[in-house]
Design a protein around this ligand. Structure first.
Ligand code: ADE
Length: 225
């Protein structure tokens, strides 16, 4: 899979893509990232990529030309399945979206800008608009990094133990059960006996029960989905 990210702040994303599981996934050849500085695609001699909005509102708006030039350049190299735009008024990102996107070959993620982009970008160049939640970030960079992270970790082989991505919270609309490690007792706080019993069926039953109990208590909305 290939993910190309278009941004005015590549340095804000670079670190997130180059450590831990995302770094390992690149090293294993499971994903290739391209980071593209929008300023490299402007024809403006001062490398400006935004301008005042028509109609006279406050704030600057990303111009369509550098965005179109960058996307056209990428599309001349390969076909893309989606051109995603990160914006607080997009569809809500979820585990289901991450799973879906992980099956695609090539993605572009265009990072939103704090005041917005020329709406023609959204009308003509973008195929999908995604929000990571009902709050406003200063730009779409952190959202793009989060989407890339959530997508890449579910690519088979990205996580050492393949089972573990499948047993994440949200994979079956259930929160994950608690996990513990040694020591079995610390300051008198004990790990549940069943986990020490070695009884596989009982452990599996306990985990499922715990997942249901935690979901009912903390996220009852998931159970109706
Ligand atoms: N850009 C600013 N806020 C955002 C959000 N909540 N989701 C996606 N992109 C954004």
């Amino acid at each position: 899979m290939r993910i190309d990210i278009i941004t005015v702040l590549p340095e804000m994303i670079e670190g997130a893509l180059n450590c831990s599981i995302l770094k390992r996934a690149q090293d294993k050849g499971l994903v290739q990232f391209g980071l593209h500085n929008l300023r490299d695609y402007t024809l403006d001699k001062h490398r400006r990529v935004d301008d005042y909005p028509f109609g006279g509102e406050a704030g600057m708006v990303l111009q369509i030309e550098p965005v179109d030039r960058c996307i056209s350049h990428l599309k001349s190299q390969r076909d893309y399945d989606e051109v995603i735009f990160t914006t607080p008024d997009g569809e809500q990102f979820s585990q289901k979206t991450a799973n879906e996107l992980s099956l695609l070959e090539n993605l572009i993620i265009l990072c939103g800008h704090y005041k917005g982009v020329d709406y023609r970008v959204r009308e003509h160049l973008v195929t999908r608009e995604i929000s990571i939640g009902d709050f406003v970030l200063t730009g779409g960079e952190l959202a793009a990094a989060m989407i890339a992270d959530a997508v890449v970790r579910v690519i088979p082989g990205a996580i050492g133990d393949e089972q573990s991505a499948l047993s994440d919270s949200f994979q079956d609309n259930l929160l994950a059960p608690p996990v513990y490690t040694r020591p079995a007792e610390y300051k008198g706080w004990r790990v549940p006996d069943v986990l020490l019993s070695g009884h596989e069926r009982k452990i599996a039953e306990w985990r499922l029960e715990q997942a249901h109990e935690r979901t009912k208590r903390l996220r009852p909305d998931l159970l109706g989905r």
